[in-house]
Design a protein. Structure first.
Length: 80
């Protein structure tokens, strides 16, 4: 039996800015997009965020970088 994925309630602003988050903690719980869209937006430069290598193919993102990305997304949405 496959375990169910539990939705995570993450408050990024209360976390240490240097804390690392795996993509599964960001997408779709914090930023409601698909993983493929996340990678596409990084590749085309829409999302300016750099992954931290955890070894092998494992990557993570710093909380401060995710917060900066979110703040930038909110600024874009608010512009007329």
């Amino acid at each position: 039996m496959t375990p169910k994925k539990v939705k995570k309630n993450i408050n990024l602003r209360q976390m240490d800015p240097d804390c690392l988050l795996r993509l599964e903690h960001i997408v779709p719980d914090v930023i409601p997009i698909a993983r493929s869209t996340w990678y596409m937006k990084i590749a085309n430069g829409s999302f300016k965020i750099k992954a931290v290598s955890l070894g092998g193919m494992a990557k993570a993102y710093r909380v401060r970088d995710v917060l900066a990305l979110l703040d930038g997304l909110h600024e874009v949405e608010l512009k007329p």
